[in-house]
Write a protein that binds this ligand. Structure first.
Ligand SMILES: Nc1nc2c(ncn2[C@@H]2O[C@H](COP(=O)(O)OP(=O)(O)OP(=O)(O)O)[C@@H](O)[C@H]2O)c(=O)[nH]1
Length: 191
């Protein structure tokens, strides 16, 4: 299965660091301008998944392309946290997300290692995720691989769930269509 993932957030929150940590298990400190598309295979729950990951600040176009989103802020940067709420709104307005579907979005509070400079509480991140029905993780791309891995695994789960919901809905729609076709035929037959 293939899934497209976009990593969004304001400047300097650690988007590239997060992706590089996930892909290479390493933190290299400075990332320069490496905005591009990466492809990576992961095994989640025993099943292989190909993730196409876009590290990008260009919003609307990528939103259409994406199956899932990683929205990153820095726990030391309140403005970056506020931007995440705006991103969620932007995704909701640009993407057809069905009412019953859980949005394939993971909110990430990065730079957890800099807790002495924290300006955004964990609870605030958790509350935002709860209100928007997204997943939430606090991580340190600088210090920890495992939590970063959890972010992408969590997202893969969400994407799979949303695909199941879409299939179910298509199944229900198909049933309604064929049932109404039967009834229409009966009605016209009896005329
Ligand atoms: N202490 C700490 N620093 C981090 C962490 N993640 C990233 N950084 C640093 O934060 C700075 C920005 O990281 P990037 O990965 O380039 O951030 P970005 O969001 O891709 O930035 P833009 O290119 O501006 O969009 C770099 O100096 C990183 O070394 C982290 O978890 N902890």
């Amino acid at each position: 299965m293939d899934a497209n993932v976009v990593v969004l957030g304001t400047d300097n929150v650690g988007k590239s660091a997060l992706i590089v940590r996930f892909l290479t298990r390493r933190f290299i400190g400075e990332y320069g301008d490496i905005k591009s598309l990466y492809t990576h295979n992961v095994i989640v729950d025993g099943r292989e998944q190909t993730l196409n990951i876009w590290d990008s600040l260009m919003y609307e176009k990528r939103v259409q392309w994406a199956d899932g989103f990683v929205l990153v802020y820095s726990i030391c940067d309140r403005a970056s946290f506020n931007a995440v709420s705006r991103l969620i709104q932007m995704i909701k307005t640009n993407k057809d997300i069905l009412g019953f579907e859980k949005m394939p979005i993971v909110i990430v509070g990065n730079k957890r290692d800099l807790h002495h400079r924290r300006t955004v509480l964990s609870e605030e991140g958790r509350l935002l995720a709860l209100s928007a029905d997204c997943q939430f993780y606090e991580v340190s791309a600088a210090e920890n691989y495992h939590s970063v891995l959890m972010v992408f695994h969590g997202l893969v789960d969400r994407i799979r769930e949303s695909r199941v919901s879409v299939k179910k809905l298509a199944g229900i729609k198909g049933m309604v269509k064929s049932m109404s076709a039967v009834f229409t035929r009966r009605r016209t037959d009896s005329l």
